[in-house]
Write a protein that binds this ligand. Structure first.
Ligand SMILES: [Zn+2]
Length: 348
């Protein structure tokens, strides 16, 4: 009951304050509303793609050419429109996991929450090594841990807006020493604050298990460890089931990406929404319903409705009816979209 020492126990911490888990409602656990996910070398380049001409939308989205500006979400007014679209589609709560290295903007997110009435929860900690500056690279486990704890209990990135979850903690494959220190710090902070912990694994298919084994050895709370991006990382059942047996939460968070070509790893075939639902069905049939989350991980402008994309409402508008047609029960849908998020966002 560690969160108790900060008055967080049993509550969900949004950017505008604490709410009860019952008020979470339909929830997206892994998105980005304001972020800059340009790889470091892209930041030196002309940000083409910031405006998305209609004739180039598909080409930019598909990766026919590099459009660094497509990877920047920094327009608060546009974000307000996008979150209002999500509310109209049936969403209620959205988790922005733009943490250190992804240009987090807690004050901007608070404005968006106030303007829309949506519950917005923010993450904290640090994204992958390549996005970190020299000062962060030099930090010890203790320093990283106190950073994360203060982001949850005092305020994130110089603001008084507090984080409600730890992550997305970035890991690359191969896993770097800095990333292991950050992960160790995040696990200590998980126990200290009672928050859940979301991890971004590297693109190698063995890395989610490597992270789960590391976390188990560090005595992490495995039922509150979310492994993101399963749908671009694991493609065989034995590997998926072994990871599920570790007790972690499996997040299929690239819903809305319907194209098999995946620019960031050309060796794989990206599944579409129908295939994602088949994997989820096989996990449910094996008894893992309490360990499943879904989201879109929007971090490109081409995925916004204002730029011709599917927007944050796609899961509520389009995926939910597919789930019903494919014999997912109302109870199963509610568990994935409402009850699992409410459990994970409630502090211990
Ligand atoms: Zn993400």
């Amino acid at each position: 009951m560690k969160g108790g020492q900060y008055g967080l126990s049993g509550k969900v911490q949004t950017v505008t304050g604490l709410i009860d888990p019952i008020d979470v409602g339909p929830c997206l656990m892994h998105e980005h509303i304001l972020c800059d996910i340009r790889p470091p070398d892209y930041k030196l380049r002309e940000p083409i793609g910031y405006d998305i001409p209609i004739q180039e939308r598909f080409a930019i989205d598909y990766g026919e050419f590099d459009a660094p500006g497509n990877l920047v979400l920094n327009d608060v007014d546009q974000a307000i429109d996008e979150i209002n679209f999500m509310l109209a589609d049936g969403g209620r709560t959205i988790v922005d996991l733009s943490c250190g290295g992804l240009h987090p903007d807690p004050v901007g997110l608070k404005k968006i929450a106030e303007a829309t009435g949506a519950n917005i929860v923010i993450g904290c900690g640090y994204y992958v090594h390549d996005y970190q500056d020299d000062a962060t690279e030099k930090k010890t486990v203790d320093e990283l841990c106190s950073d994360i704890i203060s982001q949850v209990t005092i305020g994130a990135w110089g603001s008084d807006v507090r984080a409600g979850i730890i992550g997305e903690i970035g890991c690359q494959s191969p896993w770097t020493d800095l990333e292991k220190r950050i992960m160790e710090a995040a696990i200590i902070a998980q126990h200290e604050t009672g928050a859940s912990l979301a991890v971004h694994p590297g693109r190698h298919e063995a890395q989610p298990q490597e992270i789960a084994d590391f976390a188990a050895a560090q005595n992490a709370n495995m039922s509150r460890l979310i492994v993101s991006h399963i749908d671009r990382t694991i493609f065989d059942e034995a590997r998926l089931f072994r990871l599920a047996d570790s007790g972690v939460v499996l997040e299929f968070d690239l819903f809305g990406m319907e194209t098999s070509y995946y620019k960031w790893n050309e060796a794989i075939d990206m599944p579409n929404d129908a295939v994602r639902l088949r994997w989820i069905r096989s996990l449910i049939d094996r008894g893992h319903i309490g360990q499943i989350l879904i989201a879109h991980d929007i971090c490109y402008r081409t995925r916004l409705k204002s730029c011709g994309g599917h927007g944050y409402g796609h899961i509520f508008r389009n995926v939910l009816p597919i789930m019903k047609r494919r014999s997912f029960t109302d109870q199963e849908i509610e568990q994935i979209l409402v009850r699992n998020p409410a459990r994970l966002l409630s502090f211990l």
